[in-house]
Write a protein that binds this ligand. Sequence first.
Ligand SMILES: *[C@@H]1O[C@H](CO)[C@@H](O)[C@H](O)[C@H]1NC(C)=O
Ligand SMILES: *[C@@H]1O[C@H](CO)[C@@H](O)[C@H](O)[C@H]1NC(C)=O
Ligand SMILES: *[C@@H]1O[C@H](CO)[C@@H](O)[C@H](O)[C@H]1NC(C)=O
Ligand SMILES: *[C@@H]1O[C@H](CO)[C@@H](O)[C@H](O)[C@H]1NC(C)=O
Ligand SMILES: *[C@@H]1O[C@H](CO)[C@@H](O)[C@H](O)[C@H]1NC(C)=O
Ligand SMILES: *[C@H]1O[C@H](CO)[C@@H](O)[C@H](O)[C@H]1NC(C)=O
Length: 602
Amino acid sequence: KAAVFFNLPLLHSAAGVLLKVKSNVNRHLKERNTLPKIFAETVRRHGDKTALIFEGTGEKWSFRQLDEYSNRVANLLLQRGFVEGDVVALFMENRSQYVGLWLGMAKIGVEAALINFNLRLEALVHCVTISNAKAVVFGSELTEAVCEVHSSMGKTVQMLCSGDWDPKRVPAGTECLEPLLDAAPTHLPIRPDRCFTDRLFYIYTSGTTGMPKAAIVVHSRYYRMAALVYYGFGMTSDDVLYDCLPLYHSAGNIVGVGQCLIHGMTVVIKKKFSASRFWDDCAKYNCTIVQYIGEICRYLLNQPVKDIEGKHKVRMALGNGLRQSIWEEFTSRFNVLQIAEFYGATECNCSLGNFDNMTGACGFNSQILPFIYPIRLVKVDEETMELIRGPDGVCIPCGPGEPGQLVGRINQKDPLRRFDGYVNEGANSKKTANSVFKKGDTAYLSGDVLVMDQYGYMYFKDRTGDTFRWKGENVSTTEVEGTLSRLLDMKDVVVYGVEVPGAEGKAGMAAVADPERSTDLEKFGKDLEKALPPYARPVFLRFLKEVNKTGTYKFQKTDMRRDGFDPSMVSDKLYFLDPTRGRYVELHQELYSSIISGKQKL
Ligand SMILES: *[C@@H]1O[C@H](CO)[C@@H](O)[C@H](O)[C@H]1NC(C)=O
Ligand SMILES: *[C@@H]1O[C@H](CO)[C@@H](O)[C@H](O)[C@H]1NC(C)=O
Ligand SMILES: *[C@@H]1O[C@H](CO)[C@@H](O)[C@H](O)[C@H]1NC(C)=O
Ligand SMILES: *[C@@H]1O[C@H](CO)[C@@H](O)[C@H](O)[C@H]1NC(C)=O
Ligand SMILES: *[C@@H]1O[C@H](CO)[C@@H](O)[C@H](O)[C@H]1NC(C)=O
Ligand SMILES: *[C@H]1O[C@H](CO)[C@@H](O)[C@H](O)[C@H]1NC(C)=O
């Protein structure tokens, strides 16, 4: 086995960050602090400084204004009989009051369920129902979506509408929020006896399959996620952060907005990511940090070169999912000095951070600090994600270069390492396993495959279940997507495996969003031969106008996987990589039949 060479100065500073956050968490625990109490301290320090800027309306709120607004929310809910532990669903798109609403609820121990504003019908009802919400606060822009499902929600659920409302269009009994808030007192409500490990709000994990799950976010988790990023990447309260991510997710609402509430940073909230306006906004507001997620960086590279893209003050891009294939192009073209790539899900305790700007890495291994941060990579069947265990029944740790699932040991007594789980209990058991580090322990399963190099740097390899096997090799869809997209001028490319009767494993298929039909297949085939080994080259291609994405720009593969490569099922143009000719040919019904029958070799 190759040895791992640790970068000692890096480990030193990372250990420092962890210990700092840990000691802060312990202090907040001891003082029975909560996020609203920490925010009160931020208001005391920063008062009239701008807390939030809402790009779009240009509205600015100082820390004091945000505090007063959230006090009104808290007082209104108290008047309405809401008590600690009640849940209120928040369903709004572009409301500048979003942060003030959930913060106000938190001030009296009411928990917000942050509902994805793209949801409709069953999924929307599901999310509201599992949260047990007593009220729904919705933005007037979503009136129609609310009307569609109102009859399926409990009769006792109070409805409050924010914005330009029309009493004739909203469900019967709906009240308009703003006049009620204007009438509510601005003084600080009496604080409930909540502590750092109590529930703050719920965030729904964007299941690419099945219904969303509500993940519990406790005060300490909110603090920890925001603080690890703040200290780990050396931010200051003078930074200005550009946050164009949805506020119903942890990246936008915790990692981004948390810097405002906890550390007094000005945060610019953009209602919706816009690739063409991105650098203009950054320049306009003097932003020094931008957030990214998923495919945002690729969309920016896809834009025509503009003067403004080099004339901003952005020094750091913070996020996760920047593909290795475009990492350097991104930093050099946009002149961003540091990529602060981190890894970590809302409900996961095994976060990682690339604290020293190492190209392509999302963090580093801390085997050397097992007592501070017990995480590791363990061997799995990459296709099924099943853990591979040794003769003693314990999982097998990976060496350098060996891909494995990231796991974190669970210790419920340690606030940094507890697992708060999901609202629906059944969902919990799939995310934890026993005897992972040693016999009888419990660990959190991230579901993601990473690989570590000999220096201990960790690189993201693939999402859950996204690896498939073809010709005896493991194909990482994330890697292939990155390569194809680069070859195809940054187009959206989705890669997945499809079953072919009689063939072992799954054949690779790539769906390419190409509305203008500008792909030169001849050239693409040649480029592919240089860029990818034979087993990783997609056997089938599907060209379509656009691919479906989640609110956080993750591709939705389920439908396409189901459609497969049957020309009678798919109206888009399909192609097949003819192995004898080494080029893509159109896939028509006859060719399809001969592939299915095994006559045509793959
Ligand atoms: C929200 O967005 C909709 C559509 O984009 C717009 O009509 C409405 O005025 C916006 N409301 C606010 C409060 O920004
Ligand atoms: C951005 O910085 C410039 C120069 O320091 C200053 O004149 C301008 O007012 C700032 N803009 C904002 C929105 O703070
Ligand atoms: C980070 O790495 C890039 C090259 O990938 C380099 O240009 C930049 O100067 C580095 N930034 C810092 C802060 O070291
Ligand atoms: C593919 O992954 C499995 C486990 O997931 C492993 O046993 C096998 O060796 C891998 N194959 C290759 C060619 O890397
Ligand atoms: C995209 O989503 C829509 C609506 O859910 C669905 O009808 C359509 O089939 C999807 N498209 C693809 C290519 O999967
Ligand atoms: C991750 O969260 C789990 C669940 O609470 C916890 O037990 C574990 O210690 C955490 N891991 C790390 C590395 O913080």
